[in-house]
Design a protein around this ligand. Structure first.
Ligand SMILES: [Zn+2]
Length: 336
């Protein structure tokens, strides 16, 4: 087993090797763009993981684990994590990123900003995305997956236009990645067998072409970890992936694909998914639950639990140790 345990006072030693200035009207985004890094990951047959931060103190051990293993990853927050958890706001996450982030190993991504949220409320998504761009986020996501195809395209195109103007990559979602809704999930095997909610390859082509989105989040059997008070501590349902279906979406669209709900999928599926177009994978439950469990002891213990969980994800689940150097080597190559 791994012996990378660091005490939290040791973590402080590593903080902040790349100072950034406070964002102004055009916040600096030093280094290679996230779009380039994800494209490069796909070329190299590896993946860029994104780690959700529902509690601000989780960020430091996530960054430390990436740095200590030489891995590249995205630091992410979703709207529901400041609405229903304790990340406070996208600005609070940005401030914590300025404090503990490290651009040799990370970039900052805004995850799920829904047009219609998990409680069926309409969200002023463009206002939130605009604030994220102003705050210096390197990439953003709009989630119109609860809309009709035409409405999803229309809203995602607005987000893509905003992203293009600011030079940040935009991720959209087509199909239903379930799990964030209140109440229990329908029986998983039934869902998987029927393919209900899966991203349709033909719709995906139209969606990508007409919206102008850079990355596509797909539904191919993956599910989100539950977040309702009654469900969020429970072990996540093990999910499978329909790789053949993924390959069709990949051939049809040609863009980097994103897998949400990365926790609780067997490794063979993850590896095949990376071979068939998944270039970004979102990880939330695998680090959130250890944090919440250890928080009963102390924040320091909870941070240590996140660090330990990160090592398992990095070394065992995704095998991405050392990717930072590989991906950022493109920066040197590009500069020549
Ligand atoms: Zn998601």
């Amino acid at each position: 087993m791994h012996s990378f345990r660091l005490s939290i006072p040791d973590l402080a030693r590593f903080s902040h090797t790349t100072p950034m200035t406070t964002p102004s009207t055009t916040p600096p985004r030093p280094g290679l763009s996230t779009a380039d890094l994800v494209a490069r990951a796909r070329q190299l047959g590896t993946v860029v993981p994104g780690f959700n931060i529902p509690y601000l103190p989780m960020m430091q051990p996530v960054v430390a684990a990436l740095r200590d293993t030489g891995s590249f990853g995205l630091i992410m927050v979703a709207r529901l994590e400041w609405e229903k958890f304790e990340s406070r706001s996208l600005e609070a996450i940005r401030d914590e990123y300025l404090r503990v982030g490290d651009r040799n190993y990370t970039r900052l991504h805004l995850d799920h900003v829904p047009v219609i949220d998990e409680d069926d409320r309409t969200v002023d998504f463009l206002e939130i995305l605009g604030r994220a761009v102003q705050a210096g986020y390197d990439s953003i996501m709009v989630d119109g997956s609860r809309l009709s195809l035409a409405e999803n395209i229309r809203c995602t195109r607005q987000a893509a236009d905003l992203g293009r103007a600011a030079g940040v990559a935009v991720e959209g979602e087509l199909g239903a990645v379930m799990g964030h809704e209140a109440g229990p999930l329908p029986p998983y095997e039934e869902l998987f067998a029927s393919g209900r909610g899966f991203t349709d390859p033909n719709e995906a082509v139209k969606f990508v072409q007409e919206s102008g989105v850079q990355w596509l989040s797909v539904a191919i059997g993956n599910i989100h970890g539950a977040i309702s008070a009654a469900q969020k501590d429970k072990a996540k349902t093990e999910a499978r992936l329909n790789i053949e279906h993924l390959a069709k979406i990949q051939r049809a669209t040609g863009v980097p694909l994103v897998l949400h709900g990365g926790t609780g999928i067997r490794k063979e599926y993850i590896q095949q998914a990376i071979r068939h177009g998944i270039a970004k994978i979102n990880v939330a439950t695998a680090i959130r639950q250890p944090y919440e469990r250890a928080l009963k002891q102390s924040v320091a213990a909870a941070q240590q639990a996140v660090y330990d969980a990160m090592l398992v994800v990095i070394h065992q689940d995704l095998e991405i140790a050392g990717t930072a150097k590989q991906l950022l080597a493109a920066e040197t190559a590009k500069g020549r």
